[in-house]
Ligand binder design. Structure first.
Ligand SMILES: [Zn+2]
Ligand SMILES: [Zn+2]
Length: 573
């Protein structure tokens, strides 16, 4: 978006727009009681108490009136009053009187006015309504007063405002693009996955096409792990609660865990983390400094409790599979291992076409004696890779500082995916040791890392990043052979089988639809190539290639197309 020329902050502008909305509501729906109207990320809202619901037509009329109020360019004037005055003024609005009563003694109570509308408010406004360049009402939703379900249900009208019409237009275009890419919509349209309410919310069912993409992603990650000397392990989904007592998760993370399961008097838990399992494997035998670093990796499925109201498609779920790994090393090896992890993260993000990353180093609130060593290793590793980073003081995990990797998708939205954490605490809690060169026992350092984060979240981000147009190396169906008439049906199968024999994922369209319909259908299914075969293709042993990304059509031999696709897949395009 172009930088705005206005001097008023966007927040003040949007908060002023909330006043303009309340003014319009006062004029058109005098029975509605205004409550609060703050600026929020991307806009503003105002909550009203009104028996009748606001309809989309009402929003249209309100927006019309708001434009008039903006155009009238009313000055925003403030006035300090005493509490009795405010209570008297709002004697028929229990929300405003509640606010007026709660303002602490000695703090100013202020009323702000535009035109004929006066609101009880702390301030933070534009000087005039005319500073609002563009305004739009977005939606209406229910909201409890003060977010408390025991209090009255209000109607929240959402809107947005910008200094210029161009900025509003850009924002609306962005929203439209984001809606088109919504992974929940595309997940259904392209038959990739579902969340089955019958099975409980937040649990993902991967359909064949989604599962196929996942297996390609996993294979790509596994290749990288093999090259870097990781060893795969597999650990149980349900383990004794004692393990999480020892790890400290019960004390520090029980709010995020499913409740206990009792079997033969013993309490078990669904695993919320893979670390304790990997630690037990480390501990299963004596370790020497010569064995280190040990790198255990697992596509480890974990279960975490999330409130149903916070669940969201693939990106906020209750069961997910991390591309998890735990590295056990000596303190001297820490920086090198961290650097290698950064290399891996870059390999992953580049392969999936992400070009913008951000790194956040989170330190621990209660720093222990080992934190400086860990932070130093992380900083040096980042600096050795010339990667700039920001520091989040106190945002680290309970067992150590961590590095979060954020990336920006194709339309510039940030996503938090990978995390790398350094940990001196768990090795101590589990009494891990290795025999050093000096013949004495020492605790190893652990690195926890998940780079894609979870397969579910990563897939959700990939769907939105590519807008469902997966590059050919990921596409669940790479090409569809579409015969023009039934006379080419056998040839269509022959083309399909030849391409399948070369390892490609190819289907045949056997429907009786017209060719134009077939091509459109497979383009909406976002298949990279539709191969049309008619009379001349049959005679010449060729295919007519319709590429998803272009309108270009060309006729090539089956082998030439197979060679081309092989090159595209090899280059991960
Ligand atoms: Zn205000
Ligand atoms: Zn871990």
């Amino acid at each position: 978006m172009p930088p705005s020329i206005s001097t008023v902050s966007l927040e003040a502008l949007r908060h002023t727009a909330a006043h303009v909305l309340a003014y319009a509501v006062q004029d058109l729906f005098p029975d509605a009681k205004p409550t609060i109207g703050p600026a929020i990320e991307n806009g503003f809202y105002y909550d009203f108490d009104r028996a009748e619901p606001f309809t989309p037509e009402d929003l249209g009329r309100l927006e019309q009136r708001m434009h008039e109020i903006v155009k009238a360019d009313y000055p925003m004037t403030g006035e300090r009053v005493d509490r009795a005055h405010a209570l008297e003024r709002y004697s028929r609005n229990p929300y405003k009187t509640e606010i007026a009563r709660e303002i602490p003694e000695g703090e100013p109570i202020t009323l702000y006015t535009i035109g004929d509308f006066t609101d009880l408010c702390r301030g933070g406004h534009a000087d005039r309504t005319g500073e609002i360049g563009a305004i739009k009402l977005m939606s209406v939703a229910g909201a409890y007063w003060r977010g408390d379900e025991h209090k009255p249900m209000l109607q929240r009208i959402y809107g947005t405002a910008f200094p210029t019409q161009q900025e509003l237009d850009d924002y609306l275009a962005f929203l439209e693009e984001a809606a088109k890419r919504d992974h929940r919509k595309l997940g259904q349209d392209l038959d990739l996955y579902s969340v089955e309410e019958d099975a409980g919310g937040g649990l993902v069912f991967w359909h064949p096409k989604g599962a196929l993409i996942r297996s390609i992603v996993e294979e790509f990650i596994r290749d990288g792990l093999r090259e870097r000397g990781y060893q795969g392990v597999v650990t149980p989904h349900v383990v004794s609660e004692k393990l999480y007592e020892t790890s400290g998760h019960l004390d520090n993370f029980s709010h995020g865990m499913f409740g206990p399961l009792e079997v033969e008097g013993q309490r078990f838990r669904l695993k919320p983390m893979n670390c304790p399992g990997h630690i037990l494997i480390y501990k299963s035998q004596g370790r020497s400094y010569r064995d280190l670093p040990l790198r255990y990796s697992e596509f480890g499925t974990v279960y975490r409790f999330e409130r149903s109201g916070t669940l969201h498609g693939l990106t906020r779920v209750r069961g997910f599979t991390q591309d998890d790994a735990h590295l056990f090393c000596t303190p001297e090896q820490l920086q090198g291992e961290f650097e290698q992890t950064l290399d891996e993260a870059l390999r992953l993000m580049r392969a999936f076409n992400f070009s913008e990353f951000k790194y956040f180093l989170s330190t621990r609130e209660h720093r222990g004696p080992t934190d400086p060593i860990a932070e130093d290793a992380i900083r040096k590793a980042l600096e050795s890779h010339d990667l700039p980073y920001e520091v989040d003081e106190g945002g680290g995990a309970f067992y150590g500082p961590k590095l979060d990797i954020n990336l920006h998708d194709a339309i510039g939205r940030p996503w938090q995916l990978g995390t790398v954490q350094v940990d001196f605490i768990l090795p101590e809690r589990f009494d891990l040791k290795y025999r050093g060169a000096d013949g004495a026992d020492h605790p190893p350092v652990m690195i926890h890392r998940a780079l894609a984060g979870s397969m579910e979240r990563f897939f959700g981000v990939l769907i939105e990043h590519f807008g469902g147009n997966f590059p050919a190396w990921l596409a669940p169906v790479q090409a569809v052979v579409a015969p023009i008439s039934e006379h080419q049906l056998d040839y269509a199968y022959e083309v399909r089988d030849k391409l399948r024999a070369r390892g490609f994922r190819v289907e045949t369209d056997t429907s009786n639809e017209k060719l134009g319909f077939k091509i459109r259908h497979w383009k909406t299914q976002k298949v990279p190539y539709v191969l049309v075969v008619g009379k001349s293709e049959l005679a010449d042993g060729t295919v007519n290639v319709n590429q998803r990304a272009t309108e270009e059509k060309r006729t090539v031999s089956i082998d030439a197309f197979a060679d081309e696709l092989a090159a595209v897949v090899a280059e991960k395009r």
